[in-house]
Design a protein around this ligand. Structure first.
Ligand SMILES: [Zn+2]
Length: 198
């Protein structure tokens, strides 16, 4: 297994649509193992293939110690709406509110090639919707108002200089201080004590 480099905003692969996968191959299993390792190293709760420079239609997630691999996922039911703050491993230091369904049923293929249908709520449901967007070349900043997007673009211009070639290299063992930071979203009882980075 290996910790992979994360592609950040500006890398065109984040805007590409992924292609459905006809089979579960050894190559895919190996990619998924690396994606889990990368997601944990980055202290994220979700990671989609384009974020590590790949075109496979797959993402991994782990909310509340429930690791899931979703190949060719589709949301077949959605219910309710909640606005909450999100972040993204591919857009460090940028956060914004996004409306997401509060309950979803997602259908996907797992690593054994079996079809699964999972009902998820709240943060786990939010995570799936964020990752599924990645597989379609969509990012959470696309939901921002024009004004907020302009502000974000200016902030990102400075932030992006930390990532030459739009590559975010993870340092093994390095932890960042996200969890200790207090933000408005933490005041809501349904919100996590830190912004999810997905
Ligand atoms: Zn993301």
């Amino acid at each position: 297994m290996a910790v992979l480099d994360i592609r950040v905003l500006g890398d065109p692969i984040l805007r590409d649509r992924t292609e459905p996968l006809p089979h579960v191959t050894e190559d895919l299993r190996s990619l998924v193992a690396d994606m889990f390792e990368t997601m944990y190293a980055a202290e994220g709760i979700g990671l989609a293939a384009p974020q590590v420079g790949r075109k496979e239609r797959v993402f991994v997630m782990d909310v509340d110690e429930n690791p899931l691999t979703m190949i060719n996922p589709e949301i077949i039911e959605r219910e309710g709406t909640e606005r909450a703050e999100e972040g993204c491993l591919s857009i460090p230091e940028i956060f914004g509110d996004v409306d997401r369904a509060t309950r979803i049923v997602v259908r996907a293929t797992d690593l054994d090639g079996n079809q699964l249908e999972v009902e998820l709520t709240e943060l786990a449901a939010r995570c799936v919707q964020h990752e599924l967007d990645h597989l379609d070349g969509k990012l959470f900043i696309d939901y921002m108002s024009l004004i907020k997007r302009k502000f974000t673009a200016r902030k990102w211009e400075k932030e992006a200089t930390n990532y030459p070639g739009f590559i975010r290299k993870l340092e093994p063992g390095k932890t960042h201080s996200r969890r200790s930071r207090s933000r408005g979203a933490a005041a809501e009882s349904s919100a996590p004590p830190f912004e999810p980075e997905l």
